[in-house]
Design a binder for this molecule. Structure first.
Ligand SMILES: [Zn+2]
Length: 72
């Protein structure tokens, strides 16, 4: 997989890669509220990271999944 063409190497998210041993920052492709879309410059994996800065999300972390199952 090649680097995403929308990568702006001037914008980086200073987070370690969760897919390989890269620890020196990820390319920041996009962001939406508290989610950031990143690509690892080493393994080229692309994924979304929840930065946990959203309102009312933090308290759910200890209780399991962030989105509770809907009871139909
Ligand atoms: Zn990686």
């Amino acid at each position: 997989m090649a680097l995403d063409p929308s990568v702006n190497i001037g914008r980086k998210a200073w987070l370690p890669c969760s897919h390989c041993s890269h620890r020196d920052g990820l390319y920041l492709l996009d962001s939406d509220a508290n989610m950031v879309h990143v690509q690892c410059p080493q393994c080229h994996k692309v994924w979304w990271i929840d930065t946990g800065n959203g309102v009312g999300r933090r308290s759910r972390d200890a209780d399991g999944p962030p989105w509770p199952a809907q009871s139909a």
